[in-house]
Design a protein around this ligand. Structure first.
Ligand code: BGC
Length: 737
């Protein structure tokens, strides 16, 4: 304590002097007062730091923290995963959990579910509540959200991302980030960029056109930076055009820092830095995770060997790297602190509050997607004499354990079975697993322990006795399923589920499926189930949310944030063979170019099994009187698309009005249509509302590779208004002059 005072005193005096800038200077500055104060403070702190102290700010001191400057009272930075909950404490020097007993949290639903809500307000609530937990847990940086575009259903990490459409991902990520950061906790949007598969992620070199880069893979990052004002961004493991993305001349230096004006920190993914010169010169600010053991191999602290530690210091001392390069990084890491742990009026945060649980439940229920509902299978009425057989391992399996860095230690996790039992009090609810899989562990596949034939036989037996069978299956968080570190290896359901569903349907045709995945799966069994719900990974309140929808307490309103192809080859990334996915000789070419997801299905006329934007409700909606405010627009105009939405059924519910735009006579190849606007409308039964969706004409631009810039083509455009990418109520023609 004693030692800290002189430093603090000096810091205080310098800050005071720095705040005495003339009024005139302040008036000239285009930045706000808060920003101005921050910049002035940064300028006043920088000269106080030694070269060594400055270098120390640019790399890890432990698995999830960086050093402060103790003599000046500058705090350490503490980070934590991840996108849908604050991860349990990890040890100082290894990936082992630290074994704390006060780090249990609320598990929020995975980001596929959040995207499926198509509700940006909810994304704001999600971010804010999650940020409160991060703050309470004393974190300065939350390592999320993830916005890598869903390119292939094999990607083990799709569940951590916001789907296949850049506009949807951009729209949802902005309020999420703003929500987190209201707590004085930085969001760290990840993984920048083109980390669209886990297979070979450390080495794979991605080759993709400028158009696809700018139109598909970068927009959500750009929105995160420019509209969400994300204070941090994480580099990715993979290469792009031969260079590692974490310190990339084009991606980090030019696009992110110069073109987008990003003033936050670039943090490496854990062990994604590969060179001192590139890290220094190509925009990496904080290096994390290089190697694992702090003191594992030598007596000297391992963190001093990081690319941005001693090797960096040496090059600075020899003049090979200029101090200006270091100062730019240090300014950014100081800015990060002044926005977070050196901010005066920082909120205190909170943990596991009823509000947090309620938001988790709300996102979960709004994100669940009803895909099939033959004979009004759902909702199921709770009544005496009804026997419901809940079959399937996912009815009881934890989906917060496993999956990689997004693994959570929730205070509680209501399983689907618990949720159904809690809601269905009059009916008799019986359960058996039907199949069993091994425990979820990173990078390891554990075989099952139980006899699968007996489990199956038991399932068939109880299915026969039930009035309704709810099969709760899908994927899980194990290696080679929905998990970080590698990709799925089959498009169909694993663990013998297809055969099991087939047999169940033969003994009980009243069969519904609650599918837990973060990815599309093949559905050869679709004709054998009457009802189908995609329920993602829903976190702490999973079971309650599922029961809300199954019982009809909540009317489903989720929409698919990615397409479900009928077969794997119908997915654009897989249509071109191995060159495109997973790559050959560690290089892959995104051959489908801009035609990702529904853009591919639409343009190539390949009918999906379930289309992007699709989702049923227990009520019916009608869109009519669809019009645009004008027929002709100039390049600076806003296009206003108006539609009446009516709830024509018997229940309150919500519909997502989706506006897509296409250009048939374009001078470049375009997708048939692209999502450009949407809004979620809540309607009582019989209610009718008029909604207007505004689209700036500039959003119709394509990226012109010859000019290396966006271009708005003049001429006619088609505007498609509907409630799914394959369900369009009206097509309008507009013209841009
Ligand atoms: C993941 C990141 C994560 C980091 C820290 C990496 O393996 O790719 O998403 O934030 O680990 O756990």
């Amino acid at each position: 304590m004693k030692k800290k005072f002189p430093g603090l005193l000096i810091l205080g005096i310098v800050l005071l002097l720095a705040s005495c800038t003339s009024k005139k200077e302040k008036e000239k500055s285009p930045i706000t007062k808060a920003n101005h104060d921050i910049e002035a403070k940064i300028d006043s702190i920088l000269p106080l730091l030694t070269l060594e102290e400055k270098v120390d700010l640019c790399h890890a001191q432990s698995k999830f923290s960086t050093k402060g400057v103790a003599r000046l009272g500058i705090p350490e930075i503490w980070m934590s995963d991840g996108p849908h909950g604050v991860r349990a404490e990890i040890s100082w020097d290894s990936w082992d959990y630290a074994g704390w007993t006060n780090d249990s949290i609320t598990a929020f639903p995975a980001l596929t579910c959040l995207a499926a809500t198509f509700n940006p307000d909810l994304a704001g609530e999600f971010g804010f509540n999650l940020g409160e937990e991060a703050r309470y847990r004393k974190k300065d940086v939350l390592l999320g959200p993830g916005v890598n575009i869903y390119r292939t259903p094999f990607n083990g990490r799709n569940f951590e991302y916001l789907g296949e459409d850049p506009f949807l991902a951009s729209t949802m990520v902005v309020p999420y980030i703003q929500g987190v950061q209201k707590n004085g906790v930085a969001a760290c949007v990840k993984h920048f960029a083109l980390n669209n598969q886990e297979h070979w992620r450390d080495v794979v070199n991605v080759e993709v056109s400028d158009r696809a880069l700018y139109e598909i893979y970068l927009p959500a990052f750009k929105a995160a930076v420019q509209e969400g004002n994300s204070w941090a961004i994480m580099g990715a493991y993979n290469k792009f055009r031969g260079q590692y993305t974490t310190h990339h001349e084009l991606l980090t230096n030019k696009i992110l820092k110069r073109d987008w004006g990003f003033d936050g920190v670039v943090i490496s993914d854990w062990s994604s830095a590969h060179s001192t010169l590139e890290a220094a010169n190509n925009g990496l600010d904080i290096e994390m995770g290089t190697g694992t053991d702090g003191l594992g191999t030598t007596t000297e602290n391992h963190y001093q060997h990081y690319y941005l530690a001693n090797p960096f210091l040496e090059k600075l001392k020899s003049g090979e790297i200029s101090e200006a390069v270091l100062n730019d990084k240090v300014k950014r890491v100081l800015r990060l602190r002044l926005r977070t742990n050196m901010k005066d009026d920082r909120p205190l945060g909170s943990l596991n509050t009823p509000e947090h649980h309620e938001v988790a439940r709300k996102v979960a229920t709004e994100g669940i997607v009803l895909l099939k509902n033959e004979d009004n299978f759902f909702p199921i009425e709770d009544k005496k004499g009804l026997t419901i057989a809940v079959i399937g391992e996912n009815a009881t399996r934890s989906m917060t354990a496993g999956g990689g860095s997004s693994e959570l230690k929730p205070q509680f996790e209501i399983s689907p079975l618990e949720g159904i039992k809690a809601r269905f009090k009059k009916a008799k609810v019986i359960h058996t697993m039907g199949y069993e899989t091994g425990i979820s562990e990173y990078d390891v596949v554990h075989p099952p322990k139980l006899n699968q034939d007996s489990l199956k036989a038991e399932a068939i037996k109880i299915a026969k006795t039930a009035d309704v069978v709810l099969f709760v299956g899908g994927l899980n968080k194990s290696h080679l399923q929905d998990s970080e570190g590698d990709d799925r290896q089959q498009y169909g359901l694993p663990f013998g589920q297809e055969a099991l569903i087939n047999e169940l349907s033969h003994v009980n045709e009243n069969l519904g499926f609650i599918l837990l995945t973060g990815n599309a799966v093949a559905m050869p069994w679709l004709g054998q189930v009457k009802g189908l719900i995609e329920s993602w990974y829903l976190g702490s309140m999973a079971g309650h949310a599922i029961a809300d929808v199954v019982s009809g307490d909540v009317n489903p309103s989720g929409k698919l944030p990615f397409s479900f192809p009928k077969q794997l080859e119908d997915n654009a990334a897989h249509a071109f063979g191995e060159t495109s996915y997973p790559g050959v000789d560690m290089t892959q070419h995104y051959k489908e170019d801009i035609l990702v997801g529904y853009r591919w299905h639409d343009t190539k006329n390949i009918e999906p099994l379930y289309a992007f934007g699709f989702g049923l409700s227990y009520t019916n909606f009608k869109l009519d009187n669809i019009s645009s405010d004008k027929e002709n627009y100039t390049q600076n105009d806003q296009i206003k698309i108006k539609t009446a939405v009516s709830n024509t059924g018997d229940l309150a519910g919500a519909e997502v009005v989706q506006v897509y735009v296409g250009k048939k006579d374009s001078k470049v190849d375009r997708a048939l249509k692209e999502l450009k606007g949407f809004t979620k409308v809540f309607l009582d039964k019989g209610e009718n509302k008029s909604v207007t969706i505004e689209i700036p004409v500039e959003k119709l631009a394509f990226y012109n590779e010859e000019q290396s810039d966006w271009e708005i083509e003049t001429g006619d455009y088609q505007v498609y208004v509907g409630n799914a990418s394959n369900h369009i109520s009206e097509t309008l023609k507009i013209t841009v002059k």
